[in-house]
Design a protein around this ligand. Structure first.
Ligand code: C2O
Ligand code: CU
Length: 460
Protein backbone atom coordinates (compact mmCIF):
# COMPACT_ATOMS: atom_id res chain seq x y z
CA UNK A 1 0.00 0.00 0.00
CA UNK A 2 1.19 3.45 -0.77
CA UNK A 3 1.30 5.72 2.20
CA UNK A 4 0.08 9.25 2.15
CA UNK A 5 3.64 10.40 2.58
CA UNK A 6 4.69 8.67 -0.60
CA UNK A 7 1.92 10.43 -2.46
CA UNK A 8 3.35 13.71 -1.44
CA UNK A 9 6.66 13.08 -3.08
CA UNK A 10 5.41 12.38 -6.54
CA UNK A 11 1.99 13.15 -7.85
CA UNK A 12 1.83 12.13 -11.45
CA UNK A 13 -0.42 14.05 -13.72
CA UNK A 14 -2.76 11.78 -15.56
CA UNK A 15 -3.10 14.05 -18.51
CA UNK A 16 -2.15 11.85 -21.41
CA UNK A 17 -1.48 13.85 -24.49
CA UNK A 18 -0.78 11.21 -26.99
CA UNK A 19 -3.40 8.58 -26.24
CA UNK A 20 -7.02 9.27 -26.82
CA UNK A 21 -9.65 6.93 -25.49
CA UNK A 22 -12.97 7.57 -27.12
CA UNK A 23 -14.41 4.21 -26.22
CA UNK A 24 -17.54 4.27 -24.14
CA UNK A 25 -16.93 0.91 -22.52
CA UNK A 26 -19.90 -0.73 -20.83
CA UNK A 27 -17.99 -1.49 -17.69
CA UNK A 28 -17.19 2.12 -16.95
CA UNK A 29 -18.73 4.06 -14.15
CA UNK A 30 -21.38 6.43 -15.50
CA UNK A 31 -22.01 9.72 -13.69
CA UNK A 32 -25.47 11.01 -14.46
CA UNK A 33 -26.56 14.61 -14.29
CA UNK A 34 -29.71 16.38 -15.33
CA UNK A 35 -29.37 19.95 -16.47
CA UNK A 36 -32.08 22.32 -17.56
CA UNK A 37 -31.48 25.75 -19.02
CA UNK A 38 -34.11 28.36 -18.40
CA UNK A 39 -34.89 31.96 -17.62
CA UNK A 40 -34.48 32.55 -13.89
CA UNK A 41 -34.56 35.62 -11.71
CA UNK A 42 -31.47 36.23 -9.71
CA UNK A 43 -30.48 38.85 -7.17
CA UNK A 44 -27.09 40.54 -7.51
CA UNK A 45 -27.84 42.82 -4.59
CA UNK A 46 -30.47 42.88 -1.84
CA UNK A 47 -33.93 43.81 -3.07
CA UNK A 48 -32.99 43.73 -6.72
CA UNK A 49 -33.86 41.17 -9.29
CA UNK A 50 -32.26 40.40 -12.65
CA UNK A 51 -33.50 38.06 -15.29
CA UNK A 52 -30.74 35.59 -16.17
CA UNK A 53 -30.46 32.42 -18.23
CA UNK A 54 -29.25 29.69 -15.90
CA UNK A 55 -28.57 25.98 -15.64
CA UNK A 56 -30.70 24.43 -12.88
CA UNK A 57 -31.64 27.91 -11.64
CA UNK A 58 -28.23 28.57 -10.10
CA UNK A 59 -25.30 30.79 -10.88
CA UNK A 60 -22.88 29.27 -11.60
CA UNK A 61 -24.61 26.13 -12.83
CA UNK A 62 -24.08 22.96 -10.77
CA UNK A 63 -20.48 21.79 -10.36
CA UNK A 64 -20.24 18.56 -12.30
CA UNK A 65 -17.80 16.11 -10.76
CA UNK A 66 -16.28 12.89 -11.95
CA UNK A 67 -13.16 10.80 -11.76
CA UNK A 68 -10.69 9.96 -14.46
CA UNK A 69 -12.05 6.92 -16.25
CA UNK A 70 -15.71 7.75 -15.63
CA UNK A 71 -18.26 8.47 -18.29
CA UNK A 72 -20.09 11.75 -17.83
CA UNK A 73 -23.68 11.64 -19.02
CA UNK A 74 -25.64 14.86 -18.95
CA UNK A 75 -29.29 14.79 -19.81
CA UNK A 76 -29.85 18.31 -20.97
CA UNK A 77 -33.18 20.04 -21.54
CA UNK A 78 -33.50 23.39 -23.21
CA UNK A 79 -36.32 25.33 -21.58
CA UNK A 80 -35.13 28.65 -22.97
CA UNK A 81 -37.11 30.33 -25.68
CA UNK A 82 -34.12 30.19 -28.03
CA UNK A 83 -31.87 27.38 -29.32
CA UNK A 84 -28.69 26.53 -27.43
CA UNK A 85 -25.92 23.92 -27.00
CA UNK A 86 -23.29 23.10 -24.36
CA UNK A 87 -19.54 23.06 -24.89
CA UNK A 88 -17.23 21.26 -22.43
CA UNK A 89 -14.31 23.64 -22.34
CA UNK A 90 -10.90 21.96 -22.11
CA UNK A 91 -12.15 18.39 -22.30
CA UNK A 92 -10.50 16.23 -24.92
CA UNK A 93 -13.90 15.27 -26.14
CA UNK A 94 -15.57 13.08 -28.70
CA UNK A 95 -16.20 15.50 -31.54
CA UNK A 96 -19.94 15.02 -31.76
CA UNK A 97 -20.22 15.87 -28.04
CA UNK A 98 -18.27 19.12 -28.36
CA UNK A 99 -21.38 21.27 -28.51
CA UNK A 100 -20.72 23.60 -31.42
CA UNK A 101 -24.00 24.36 -33.18
CA UNK A 102 -24.03 23.65 -36.93
CA UNK A 103 -20.51 22.20 -36.79
CA UNK A 104 -20.76 19.23 -34.41
CA UNK A 105 -24.48 19.12 -33.67
CA UNK A 106 -27.77 20.77 -34.54
CA UNK A 107 -28.79 23.57 -32.22
CA UNK A 108 -30.95 22.20 -29.40
CA UNK A 109 -34.35 23.82 -29.93
CA UNK A 110 -36.62 25.12 -27.17
CA UNK A 111 -38.30 22.18 -25.44
CA UNK A 112 -35.78 19.67 -26.79
CA UNK A 113 -33.56 17.32 -24.83
CA UNK A 114 -30.04 16.27 -25.80
CA UNK A 115 -27.83 13.74 -24.03
CA UNK A 116 -24.15 14.60 -23.81
CA UNK A 117 -22.09 11.54 -23.00
CA UNK A 118 -18.33 11.27 -23.04
CA UNK A 119 -15.38 9.78 -21.15
CA UNK A 120 -13.37 11.80 -18.64
CA UNK A 121 -9.84 10.95 -19.69
CA UNK A 122 -7.89 13.48 -17.68
CA UNK A 123 -8.15 15.25 -14.37
CA UNK A 124 -8.32 18.97 -13.81
CA UNK A 125 -10.49 22.06 -13.66
CA UNK A 126 -12.75 22.57 -16.65
CA UNK A 127 -16.03 24.30 -17.29
CA UNK A 128 -19.06 24.07 -19.49
CA UNK A 129 -20.96 26.86 -21.17
CA UNK A 130 -23.47 27.68 -23.84
CA UNK A 131 -21.98 27.82 -27.32
CA UNK A 132 -24.92 29.27 -29.23
CA UNK A 133 -24.86 33.07 -29.35
CA UNK A 134 -22.48 32.67 -26.46
CA UNK A 135 -21.80 36.41 -26.36
CA UNK A 136 -25.34 36.72 -25.03
CA UNK A 137 -26.05 33.35 -23.40
CA UNK A 138 -22.79 33.25 -21.42
CA UNK A 139 -23.19 36.91 -20.47
CA UNK A 140 -26.56 35.98 -18.95
CA UNK A 141 -25.17 33.12 -16.89
CA UNK A 142 -25.19 29.88 -18.89
CA UNK A 143 -22.07 28.20 -17.55
CA UNK A 144 -20.82 26.00 -14.70
CA UNK A 145 -17.68 24.25 -13.39
CA UNK A 146 -16.59 20.74 -14.33
CA UNK A 147 -14.09 19.10 -11.99
CA UNK A 148 -12.38 15.83 -12.86
CA UNK A 149 -10.46 14.17 -10.03
CA UNK A 150 -7.81 11.58 -9.87
CA UNK A 151 -7.49 9.51 -6.70
CA UNK A 152 -3.76 10.22 -6.56
CA UNK A 153 -4.50 13.90 -6.18
CA UNK A 154 -6.77 13.46 -3.17
CA UNK A 155 -4.39 15.18 -0.84
CA UNK A 156 -6.44 18.30 -0.25
CA UNK A 157 -8.51 18.90 2.84
CA UNK A 158 -10.48 21.59 1.07
CA UNK A 159 -11.25 21.87 -2.59
CA UNK A 160 -13.04 25.02 -3.74
CA UNK A 161 -14.14 26.24 -7.13
CA UNK A 162 -13.59 29.96 -7.57
CA UNK A 163 -15.57 30.82 -10.67
CA UNK A 164 -15.28 34.49 -11.50
CA UNK A 165 -17.56 36.47 -13.77
CA UNK A 166 -17.58 40.08 -14.82
CA UNK A 167 -21.15 41.21 -15.48
CA UNK A 168 -22.39 44.33 -17.10
CA UNK A 169 -25.33 45.53 -15.03
CA UNK A 170 -27.47 48.63 -15.27
CA UNK A 171 -28.40 50.94 -12.39
CA UNK A 172 -31.09 48.54 -11.22
CA UNK A 173 -28.66 45.63 -10.99
CA UNK A 174 -30.21 43.99 -14.01
CA UNK A 175 -28.32 42.74 -17.05
CA UNK A 176 -27.57 45.75 -19.23
CA UNK A 177 -29.53 44.50 -22.23
CA UNK A 178 -29.24 47.70 -24.23
CA UNK A 179 -25.55 47.30 -24.83
CA UNK A 180 -25.75 43.77 -26.23
CA UNK A 181 -24.30 43.90 -29.70
CA UNK A 182 -22.61 47.27 -29.23
CA UNK A 183 -20.27 47.83 -32.15
CA UNK A 184 -17.99 49.71 -29.80
CA UNK A 185 -17.55 46.63 -27.58
CA UNK A 186 -17.22 44.26 -30.48
CA UNK A 187 -14.49 46.25 -32.18
CA UNK A 188 -12.60 47.02 -28.94
CA UNK A 189 -12.03 44.83 -25.88
CA UNK A 190 -15.41 43.07 -25.93
CA UNK A 191 -18.21 43.33 -23.37
CA UNK A 192 -16.29 44.36 -20.29
CA UNK A 193 -18.47 44.49 -17.20
CA UNK A 194 -18.87 46.47 -14.01
CA UNK A 195 -19.83 43.85 -11.41
CA UNK A 196 -17.51 41.04 -10.34
CA UNK A 197 -18.92 37.90 -8.78
CA UNK A 198 -17.20 34.85 -7.35
CA UNK A 199 -19.47 31.82 -7.60
CA UNK A 200 -22.37 34.20 -8.20
CA UNK A 201 -21.70 36.30 -5.10
CA UNK A 202 -20.09 39.60 -4.31
CA UNK A 203 -16.96 39.13 -2.14
CA UNK A 204 -17.99 35.81 -0.57
CA UNK A 205 -16.30 34.28 2.47
CA UNK A 206 -15.27 30.66 2.68
CA UNK A 207 -13.87 28.66 5.54
CA UNK A 208 -11.00 26.28 5.13
CA UNK A 209 -9.28 24.07 7.65
CA UNK A 210 -6.17 25.00 9.58
CA UNK A 211 -2.89 23.12 9.34
CA UNK A 212 -3.72 21.58 6.04
CA UNK A 213 -3.89 22.28 2.36
CA UNK A 214 -6.60 23.68 0.19
CA UNK A 215 -6.97 23.65 -3.54
CA UNK A 216 -8.57 26.65 -5.22
CA UNK A 217 -9.81 26.18 -8.76
CA UNK A 218 -10.06 29.54 -10.50
CA UNK A 219 -12.16 29.80 -13.65
CA UNK A 220 -12.71 32.97 -15.66
CA UNK A 221 -16.21 32.83 -17.16
CA UNK A 222 -16.22 36.51 -18.21
CA UNK A 223 -17.19 37.43 -21.73
CA UNK A 224 -14.14 39.60 -22.21
CA UNK A 225 -12.49 40.78 -19.00
CA UNK A 226 -8.89 39.69 -18.46
CA UNK A 227 -8.87 39.17 -14.71
CA UNK A 228 -5.83 39.47 -12.53
CA UNK A 229 -5.74 38.09 -9.01
CA UNK A 230 -3.49 38.80 -6.11
CA UNK A 231 -3.85 37.91 -2.45
CA UNK A 232 -2.69 38.86 0.99
CA UNK A 233 -0.15 36.05 0.66
CA UNK A 234 3.17 37.05 -0.83
CA UNK A 235 3.31 33.88 -2.82
CA UNK A 236 0.53 32.10 -4.59
CA UNK A 237 1.39 28.56 -5.49
CA UNK A 238 0.14 27.57 -8.94
CA UNK A 239 -0.23 23.81 -9.33
CA UNK A 240 -2.28 23.43 -12.48
CA UNK A 241 -2.92 25.56 -15.56
CA UNK A 242 -5.96 24.89 -17.76
CA UNK A 243 -6.40 21.58 -15.93
CA UNK A 244 -2.84 20.39 -16.47
CA UNK A 245 -0.43 19.87 -13.55
CA UNK A 246 2.69 22.00 -13.67
CA UNK A 247 5.80 22.12 -11.58
CA UNK A 248 4.58 24.35 -8.72
CA UNK A 249 5.20 28.00 -9.44
CA UNK A 250 5.21 30.75 -6.88
CA UNK A 251 3.77 33.99 -8.18
CA UNK A 252 2.73 37.23 -6.59
CA UNK A 253 -0.28 37.55 -8.85
CA UNK A 254 -1.67 35.82 -11.91
CA UNK A 255 -3.76 36.57 -14.95
CA UNK A 256 -6.80 34.66 -16.09
CA UNK A 257 -8.07 35.51 -19.54
CA UNK A 258 -11.61 34.49 -20.52
CA UNK A 259 -11.84 30.70 -20.59
CA UNK A 260 -8.62 30.07 -18.65
CA UNK A 261 -8.22 28.19 -15.37
CA UNK A 262 -5.53 28.13 -12.70
CA UNK A 263 -5.46 26.02 -9.53
CA UNK A 264 -3.65 27.22 -6.44
CA UNK A 265 -2.45 25.26 -3.46
CA UNK A 266 -2.86 27.09 -0.17
CA UNK A 267 -0.87 25.87 2.78
CA UNK A 268 -2.88 26.90 5.83
CA UNK A 269 -0.20 26.28 8.43
CA UNK A 270 0.09 29.50 10.47
CA UNK A 271 -2.64 31.18 8.49
CA UNK A 272 -5.73 32.85 9.85
CA UNK A 273 -7.25 34.54 6.86
CA UNK A 274 -6.45 35.18 3.22
CA UNK A 275 -7.98 37.94 1.13
CA UNK A 276 -8.01 37.67 -2.61
CA UNK A 277 -8.22 40.75 -4.79
CA UNK A 278 -8.98 41.38 -8.42
CA UNK A 279 -6.27 43.82 -9.41
CA UNK A 280 -6.71 44.42 -13.13
CA UNK A 281 -8.15 47.87 -12.38
CA UNK A 282 -6.40 50.72 -10.71
CA UNK A 283 -9.00 50.29 -8.00
CA UNK A 284 -8.53 46.81 -6.60
CA UNK A 285 -11.64 44.83 -5.77
CA UNK A 286 -12.03 42.43 -2.89
CA UNK A 287 -12.75 39.18 -4.69
CA UNK A 288 -13.27 36.77 -1.77
CA UNK A 289 -11.94 35.83 1.63
CA UNK A 290 -10.77 32.54 3.07
CA UNK A 291 -11.19 32.19 6.82
CA UNK A 292 -9.04 29.51 8.32
CA UNK A 293 -10.97 27.65 10.99
CA UNK A 294 -9.21 26.11 13.94
CA UNK A 295 -9.12 22.40 13.93
CA UNK A 296 -7.30 19.99 16.14
CA UNK A 297 -5.70 18.28 13.20
CA UNK A 298 -1.94 17.96 13.23
CA UNK A 299 0.29 19.91 10.92
CA UNK A 300 0.89 17.93 7.80
CA UNK A 301 4.05 17.55 5.89
CA UNK A 302 3.19 19.66 2.93
CA UNK A 303 6.61 20.81 1.97
CA UNK A 304 7.23 17.85 -0.25
CA UNK A 305 4.40 18.25 -2.67
CA UNK A 306 5.67 17.97 -6.14
CA UNK A 307 3.21 17.81 -8.94
CA UNK A 308 4.70 16.43 -12.05
CA UNK A 309 3.42 16.15 -15.54
CA UNK A 310 4.31 13.34 -17.81
CA UNK A 311 3.64 15.08 -21.07
CA UNK A 312 6.36 15.39 -23.64
CA UNK A 313 6.64 17.87 -26.45
CA UNK A 314 6.15 15.97 -29.72
CA UNK A 315 8.93 15.86 -32.31
CA UNK A 316 8.52 18.75 -34.68
CA UNK A 317 10.46 17.36 -37.67
CA UNK A 318 7.41 16.49 -39.71
CA UNK A 319 5.06 18.99 -38.21
CA UNK A 320 2.55 20.78 -40.38
CA UNK A 321 2.56 24.53 -39.90
CA UNK A 322 -0.65 26.52 -40.25
CA UNK A 323 -0.04 30.26 -40.42
CA UNK A 324 -2.72 32.41 -38.88
CA UNK A 325 -2.62 36.17 -39.06
CA UNK A 326 -5.20 37.80 -36.85
CA UNK A 327 -6.37 41.19 -38.01
CA UNK A 328 -9.18 43.63 -37.50
CA UNK A 329 -10.81 45.59 -34.74
CA UNK A 330 -10.48 49.22 -33.85
CA UNK A 331 -7.23 50.92 -34.83
CA UNK A 332 -6.28 47.84 -36.81
CA UNK A 333 -4.83 47.31 -40.26
CA UNK A 334 -7.56 45.25 -41.89
CA UNK A 335 -8.70 47.18 -44.91
CA UNK A 336 -10.53 44.39 -46.75
CA UNK A 337 -11.61 40.85 -45.94
CA UNK A 338 -13.73 38.06 -47.40
CA UNK A 339 -17.13 37.32 -46.02
CA UNK A 340 -18.72 34.19 -47.51
CA UNK A 341 -16.49 34.49 -50.56
CA UNK A 342 -17.17 38.17 -51.17
CA UNK A 343 -14.43 40.72 -50.62
CA UNK A 344 -15.63 43.78 -48.75
CA UNK A 345 -13.98 46.80 -47.23
CA UNK A 346 -13.69 47.07 -43.46
CA UNK A 347 -16.21 49.86 -43.10
CA UNK A 348 -18.91 47.92 -44.94
CA UNK A 349 -18.15 44.79 -42.96
CA UNK A 350 -18.38 46.71 -39.70
CA UNK A 351 -21.49 48.72 -40.37
CA UNK A 352 -23.53 46.36 -42.54
CA UNK A 353 -22.44 42.90 -41.44
CA UNK A 354 -21.10 43.55 -37.94
CA UNK A 355 -17.97 41.64 -38.84
CA UNK A 356 -14.74 43.07 -37.50
CA UNK A 357 -12.10 40.39 -37.15
CA UNK A 358 -10.40 37.99 -39.53
CA UNK A 359 -7.91 35.15 -39.77
CA UNK A 360 -5.84 35.39 -42.96
CA UNK A 361 -8.27 37.97 -44.37
CA UNK A 362 -11.25 35.65 -43.98
CA UNK A 363 -14.12 36.66 -41.70
CA UNK A 364 -14.64 33.49 -39.72
CA UNK A 365 -17.67 31.59 -38.51
CA UNK A 366 -18.38 28.17 -36.98
CA UNK A 367 -18.34 26.91 -40.53
CA UNK A 368 -15.11 28.49 -41.68
CA UNK A 369 -12.55 25.74 -42.36
CA UNK A 370 -9.08 27.00 -41.52
CA UNK A 371 -7.16 23.83 -42.39
CA UNK A 372 -7.46 20.08 -42.79
CA UNK A 373 -4.87 17.88 -41.10
CA UNK A 374 -4.27 14.16 -41.03
CA UNK A 375 -4.95 12.15 -37.92
CA UNK A 376 -1.88 12.01 -35.65
CA UNK A 377 -0.18 14.81 -37.53
CA UNK A 378 1.87 17.15 -35.36
CA UNK A 379 0.46 20.62 -35.97
CA UNK A 380 1.98 24.02 -35.33
CA UNK A 381 -0.48 26.89 -35.28
CA UNK A 382 1.82 29.78 -36.09
CA UNK A 383 -0.27 32.66 -34.85
CA UNK A 384 0.38 36.35 -35.21
CA UNK A 385 -1.82 38.75 -33.32
CA UNK A 386 -1.57 41.60 -35.80
CA UNK A 387 -4.22 43.68 -34.00
CA UNK A 388 -4.12 46.32 -31.29
CA UNK A 389 -5.95 44.13 -28.80
CA UNK A 390 -5.20 41.11 -26.65
CA UNK A 391 -7.06 37.91 -27.56
CA UNK A 392 -7.72 34.78 -25.54
CA UNK A 393 -7.22 32.04 -28.12
CA UNK A 394 -8.93 28.71 -27.46
CA UNK A 395 -8.64 25.41 -29.31
CA UNK A 396 -11.42 22.89 -28.78
CA UNK A 397 -10.77 19.23 -28.03
CA UNK A 398 -7.00 19.52 -27.65
CA UNK A 399 -4.43 21.06 -25.39
CA UNK A 400 -1.49 22.70 -27.12
CA UNK A 401 2.06 23.41 -26.08
CA UNK A 402 3.00 27.06 -25.93
CA UNK A 403 6.01 28.94 -24.66
CA UNK A 404 4.18 31.30 -22.40
CA UNK A 405 5.87 34.57 -21.64
CA UNK A 406 3.53 34.97 -18.73
CA UNK A 407 5.47 32.90 -16.21
CA UNK A 408 8.88 34.41 -16.23
CA UNK A 409 10.57 31.81 -14.12
CA UNK A 410 9.29 29.16 -16.45
CA UNK A 411 10.36 29.76 -20.02
CA UNK A 412 9.49 26.23 -20.97
CA UNK A 413 6.53 25.00 -22.87
CA UNK A 414 3.34 24.69 -20.95
CA UNK A 415 0.22 22.87 -22.01
CA UNK A 416 -2.90 24.97 -22.27
CA UNK A 417 -6.22 25.05 -24.06
CA UNK A 418 -6.58 28.83 -23.95
CA UNK A 419 -3.73 31.24 -24.46
CA UNK A 420 -3.77 35.00 -24.03
CA UNK A 421 -1.98 36.69 -26.92
CA UNK A 422 -0.89 40.25 -26.42
CA UNK A 423 -1.23 42.83 -29.19
CA UNK A 424 1.51 42.21 -31.73
CA UNK A 425 2.54 38.88 -30.20
CA UNK A 426 3.57 35.88 -32.28
CA UNK A 427 3.20 32.42 -30.78
CA UNK A 428 3.39 28.82 -31.86
CA UNK A 429 0.67 26.57 -30.53
CA UNK A 430 1.72 22.94 -30.97
CA UNK A 431 -0.53 19.92 -30.72
CA UNK A 432 -0.79 16.32 -31.86
CA UNK A 433 -3.93 15.95 -33.94
CA UNK A 434 -4.83 12.58 -32.44
CA UNK A 435 -8.48 13.39 -31.95
CA UNK A 436 -10.52 13.17 -35.15
CA UNK A 437 -13.19 15.72 -35.93
CA UNK A 438 -13.87 19.38 -36.46
CA UNK A 439 -12.26 21.47 -33.74
CA UNK A 440 -12.99 25.12 -33.30
CA UNK A 441 -10.17 27.62 -32.87
CA UNK A 442 -11.40 31.00 -31.72
CA UNK A 443 -11.02 34.00 -29.51
CA UNK A 444 -12.74 33.56 -26.14
CA UNK A 445 -13.55 37.24 -25.97
CA UNK A 446 -17.00 36.24 -27.06
CA UNK A 447 -17.80 39.41 -28.99
CA UNK A 448 -14.65 38.92 -31.06
CA UNK A 449 -15.66 35.37 -31.89
CA UNK A 450 -19.15 36.55 -32.86
CA UNK A 451 -17.72 39.13 -35.21
CA UNK A 452 -15.33 36.91 -37.12
CA UNK A 453 -12.48 35.62 -34.97
CA UNK A 454 -13.42 31.97 -35.26
CA UNK A 455 -12.61 29.01 -37.49
CA UNK A 456 -12.23 25.24 -37.30
CA UNK A 457 -9.55 22.68 -38.01
CA UNK A 458 -10.66 19.39 -39.50
CA UNK A 459 -8.72 16.34 -38.31
CA UNK A 460 -9.37 13.47 -40.70
CU1 C2O B 1 -15.05 27.89 -24.00
CU2 C2O B 1 -15.54 27.55 -28.04
O1 C2O B 1 -15.33 27.77 -26.01
CU1 CU C 1 -10.33 38.48 -29.28
Amino acid sequence: MTSRRQFLKYIPCTFVVTKYNAVLADNKNVINYKITAKKTSFSFKDNTSAELLLYNDTNPGPTLKGNVGDILRVNFTNNLDEPTSIHWHGIKNINKMDGVPYLTQDPIQPGETFVYEFPLNHSGTYWYHAHMDSWKQVAKGLYGPLVVSNSKENIFDDDLVILADDWRLNKNYEIDEKSFGSLMDWSHAGRVGNWLTINGEKSPQYSIKANSRARLRFINASNARILKFGSSLKNNNIITIDGVAVKPMLVEDFTLAPGQRIDLLINTVDLLKVDFFEISHTKQLKAFTLNVTKANNKTKDIANINFKSNWILPKLDNAKTISIRMQGGAMGNLSKANLDGVEKDFRTLATEDKKLWAFNKEIGSYEYLLATVKLNQVVILDVWNDTRWPHSMHLHGNHFFVKSKEFKENNDYILRDTYLMQAGEKAKLIFVADNPGKWLFHCHMLEHAASGMVSYIDVV
